[in-house]
Write a new protein. Structure first.
Length: 452
């Protein structure tokens, strides 16, 4: 690398990069026509970087006003090794030495654009199809000008206080975000770019969030992981992501397996994420197991959302439970004012509420989940036992698009998932009040009969 900088009132430094050269020379020059860089004595064959001459206060062509002072400023030489991992071919030879935009690791990412058009039974959008928590709706109805015109609490203190009180811990163990997804995004941003290990099939957004934050997603096949939890966790530091129950299968993961994974992540210095987005449909409401695992660790976080059981997907409220030191690092990545005042107040009211609405809707969801699972199996479909608020109907990969399109014709929307294994291919249908579940069954009957 050879750098020649102009003294005076210049506001830019021309430069040139060459990883072949072990020598970087920094010298001063006031070349009259603007800096033109040429190879230094040990630079080898390298390209040039020519920059426009910056304004210097003496006029565009005034050379006499700038005496030659090069002799008064000796060069400084620094010997630096070539940067690791940067191939020579990636170094441009034009005005820019390296293109920083767009990010190459974003090439496989795309916008998430689910179909949200009106349909009689939308079972593809996973949320609470019994509506929103009434305590939150009361807050929304009372919201006034201040909720819109004033900045919210920096770190959603009202929401965090309510969660802490419900769990029985202090608020410094709570971080909040824009849904559970927001908390996961902040956590992955707080960890230095590395790898992110997750179960396959698994929640597709986990890999997306990892890539967004510079991590390399590493999928581990579900059955292999269940057989070897420590192998799933890996032997090198990484982010280890576990959604329980899993999405899209809805299959629950035993707590003993989670503890075995945590034992390994603690031993190698990984960060463990326990995503309990659907936990209310899998555990008793007073089951603190995932919280205790997080609270007893320096590098484990339990992430929750109010988009599912509480029915607040539109408000985007989520939280994480962890050791205060981990919460602090996540909050650094989060920044202030992320969750709105209305969302914070509504979420706090829902979490603190003693209304039977939550328990009642969870109970009805579970009852309909088991009923539709039995009905599907009776029809010959293979359906894993779900512990979430949806069911996953296994289908051959080449059937997914056709069956999805046929169901749309009779007013039923499901979400197809595809992958490299049989367990990864199927149709996910959110559990709803029974009239919509019956519509799903009727639609599948017509698909099987070939009448649509």
């Amino acid at each position: 690398m050879t750098v020649r900088a102009r003294r005076g009132r210049s506001r830019s430094i021309p430069f040139r990069l060459c990883w072949r050269a072990p020598l970087m020379r920094i010298g001063s020059s006031i070349a009259p026509g603007g800096p033109v860089l040429t190879p230094g004595p040990s630079a080898g064959r390298c390209g040039k970087a020519r920059f426009p001459r910056p304004w210097n206060g003496h006029g565009a062509h005034s050379r006499a006003a700038r005496p030659d002072k090069r002799a008064a400023f000796p060069s400084i030489e620094l010997r630096l090794p070539p940067p690791s991992g940067v191939p020579v071919k990636s170094i441009a030879t034009g005005p820019l030495a390296m293109d920083i935009y767009p990010r190459t690791d974003y090439q496989t990412l795309a916008r998430y654009l689910p179909d949200q058009s009106a349909i009689a039974a939308d079972l593809g959008d996973n949320r609470n199809l019994w509506g929103a928590h009434p305590a939150a709706l009361e807050v929304l109805a009372r919201s006034g000008t201040a909720a819109a015109s004033e900045y919210p609490g920096s770190y959603s203190e009202r929401f965090a206080d309510a969660v802490a009180a419900r769990i029985g811990i202090t608020p410094d163990h709570i971080t909040t975000g824009v849904g559970g997804t927001g908390v996961l995004d902040m956590l992955m941003r707080a960890v230095a770019p590395n790898t992110m290990r997750f179960l396959d099939p698994g929640w597709p957004a986990a890999g997306m969030l990892a890539q967004m934050n510079g991590h390399v997603p590493v999928a581990v096949e579900w059955h292999d992981a269940m057989d070897d939890p420590k192998g799933f966790a890996g032997s090198e530091p990484a982010i280890v992501f576990v959604a329980n129950p899993g999405n899209p299968t809805g299959m629950a993961i035993p707590d003993d397996w989670l503890r075995a994974v945590q034992e390994r992540t603690e031993a190698v210095g990984s960060v463990l994420i326990l995503d309990e987005a659907y936990g209310e449909y899998n555990r008793d409401l007073d089951d603190r197991t995932p919280f205790e695992m997080a609270l007893n660790s320096e590098r484990t976080i339990c992430v929750k959302t109010l988009s599912k059981a509480y029915g607040l997907a539109g408000l985007r409220a989520g939280y994480g439970v962890a050791n205060p030191s981990l919460v602090l690092e996540v909050d650094k990545a989060r920044g202030p004012f992320v969750v709105t005042s209305v969302t914070s107040a509504a979420a706090a009211a829902a979490v603190a509420s003693e209304s039977p609405w939550l328990a009642d809707t969870i109970a009805e969801t579970k009852a309909n989940r088991e009923r539709v699972t039995d009905a599907l199996r009776h029809r010959g479909y293979e359906v894993p036992r779900s512990a979430a608020n949806f069911v996953f109907i296994l289908r051959e990969a080449n059937e997914l698009e056709d069956v999805t399109a046929r169901l749309e014709r009779v007013g039923v929307r499901v979400r197809p998932f595809g992958g490299p294994t049989r367990l990864a291919n199927g149709l996910r249908a959110t559990v709803a009040p029974w009239d919509r579940m019956q519509r799903l069954l009727d639609g599948l009957d017509r698909v099987a009969a070939g009448t649509i």
